[in-house]
Design a protein around this ligand. Structure first.
Ligand code: BJW
Ligand code: ZN
Length: 298
């Protein structure tokens, strides 16, 4: 059927069939064909802005209005796309294979929406649809908040034609270069008082995602640790649609290999995945995860 070389497909499927302890490590590339941009590389929404510009506690402290516009837009986009065949195939494998666990770096909610059982889906970087107090000591949290826009002040600006304007686009951010006489462009100016606020302490709420320099969720980490402790050996780790550059997520590849796992990489771009050393791989399937993953699990 031509999507992946038959010989690799057969050897992979042979190994998968006899595997009992299996990890899938997911990144933004899994959701790319659903229409959500990745973080780094071609088509990345952060091509003009480093990830570190907006996905940090420092950015939020400096300009919560800007960071909220970015996340409100991400929530809006995620709610308006659908899971793709890769999400569904992984959800199905999770239902069929007892010893399978998905470690997802994605915050878009597409794996849960594809019906991935929650006990075997670990969201390493939180969720766009969790919201929590920005005061660490307050502990106020909302899960499954799908309100779009999250507050009226974050209504996505539109042009006179009704086209949505990405508030994180270069044009809006570089507002000093913007021709404000252009009636097609509304520059969002958001008063802190109109951002999502904590009903408990009246401080600012923030997205329930993990920013650079922050700890991953403690319950998630301990569930994974338990799963790893229960695995005397690991048979297989599939590294799907991730550049595997962000830690501790990327570190699970080494951890699995130390327990004997063979490594299958599924990625659109061969160049984006280091092919030697700790990243050496037993299989490389080049192309769209949404096409390849369902093929691999047939
Ligand atoms: C396709 C495709 C298609 C495209 N089909 N493929 C060790 C060494 C060095 C540094 C560190 C280290 N340990 C920790 C650090 C610091 C830091 C870090 O890792 N920095 C690195 C950049 C070097 N890590 C942290 O800060 C972490 N916290 C931490 O370590 O805390 C410790 C601590 C201890 C005690 C007290 C306090 C703290 C936290 C990391 C959080 C990352 N957060 C983000 C934002 C989440 C919220 C949001 O979404 O906005 O997570 S950053 C961003 O990167 C996001 C992603 O989940 C993550 C990974 O990106 P991903 O998914 O791999 O995307 P891309 O774009 O990079 O790759 C996409 C891939 O898909 C590409 O390869 C394409 O080719 C491919 N692709 N289309 C298949 N159709
Ligand atoms: Zn609070």
């Amino acid at each position: 059927n031509g999507i992946v070389p038959q010989k690799d497909l057969e050897s992979f499927q042979f190994h998968l069939a006899k595997s009992t302890r299996i990890i899938a490590l997911l990144g933004a590339g899994v959701s790319a064909s659903s229409g959500l941009p990745t973080f780094r590389g071609a088509g990345g929404m952060w091509r003009t802005h480093e990830a570190t510009d907006l996905a940090t506690p420092e950015a939020f402290a400096a300009d919560p209005g800007l960071v909220w516009q970015f996340y409100n837009y991400r929530r809006h986009m995620a709610l308006n796309v659908k899971p793709n065949p890769a999400h569904y195939a992984l959800a199905e494998l999770a239902r069929k294979k007892q010893g399978f666990i998905t470690l997802s770096q994605n915050v878009d909610g597409l794996s849960p929406r594809a019906g991935h059982p929650s006990q075997s889906l670990k969201l390493l970087h939180g969720s766009l649809f969790d919201v929590k107090c920005s005061d660490f000591f307050c502990k106020y949290t909302q899960i499954d908040n799908y309100t779009d826009p999250i507050v009226p002040a974050l209504t996505i600006p539109t042009t006179a034609d009704g086209d949505e304007v990405d508030p994180t686009s270069k044009a809006i951010l570089a507002s000093k270069d913007l021709d404000i006489s252009d009636v097609n462009v509304k520059i969002p100016e958001i008063d802190t008082a109109h951002l999502p606020s904590c009903p408990s302490c009246k401080g600012l709420l923030r997205p329930g995602v993990v920013w650079f320099g922050e700890r991953l969720p403690g319950d998630v980490m301990s569930d994974i640790e338990t799963w790893l402790d229960e695995s005397e050996t690991i048979d297989l780790i599939m590294v799907i649609g991730t550049s595997a550059k962000v830690y501790p997520a990327a570190g699970y590849v080494d951890m699995a290999r130390e327990k004997g796992a063979r490594v299958a990489v599924i990625n659109m771009d061969k160049k984006d995945v280091p092919a030697s050393g700790v990243y050496s791989q037993d299989w490389f399937f080049e192309g769209d995860a949404a096409k390849i993953v369902p093929e691999l699990f047939k």
